[in-house]
Design a protein. Sequence first.
Length: 269
Amino acid sequence: MAAVSAMDCKVFAARVAAQAASASDERMPDPMTIANEQAVEAEAGDDGDAPPPLLASLPRFSSAHLRNRLPVGWQPWTINRNKTPTRYSLAEIDQRVVVHAQADSSASGLYVPLRDRDAGMLRWTWKTNDIIRNADNGQGPREDSPLRLFVAFDGDKGSLSLKDQLMYEMARLTTGREMPYATLMYIWGGKRPEGTVLPNPHTDRVRMIVVDSGMKHANEWRCHERDLRADYRKAFGTDPGRVIAVGIMTDTDNTRSKAESWYGDIALD
């Protein structure tokens, strides 16, 4: 079991605001800078599918413009080309701009590729209107969640077993992207108690930590603060490599159900 991490949302907001105020221009580029970098990268790609630029920090949803379909700097993440993607859009909820996720037998996410950085503190806020009642994150056929936040880590893939290396190659062929060495995922579970640490039933290179569970806090904002290094040690039994990406995902493809959720700001120290 991992430590439970819910925190007062007023404290969360104050810490995120302080971090944003102290961030330098280099660490927190404005949306226009990010958009220009993306345009240059896309124009440079011969096949029209150039890798997105690596950012120094996570663009905040609350600073995004509602006229954009998605927050600048966040990239679509395909789980499998054969799966229906979840719908993500910007929305103003409770007087702030957030990401609205709507899943209908679907699975996909958004992510930010980052310049390699040490594992530090991770803070975020999220909300869901319901749980997926027949989901169980310990079982592959029912492994869905209305809210997920994942952190990808670098490492020596050559040290992985042959089984894992074959799985990574299959993932590259089906998604068009390289898998990270390891992924730590925070989820809103349906059945497992808060603090439960679960191996993903599809791959041992993804470990999940249940930080919210059940209906007790549905329809209210939940705020969390996690020590990534401590959680990685708890989940994988070793020290983490460098953080290379952060993302979100709402998925209902395995249970063939629906989910509606909202993601607020995410901050990484």
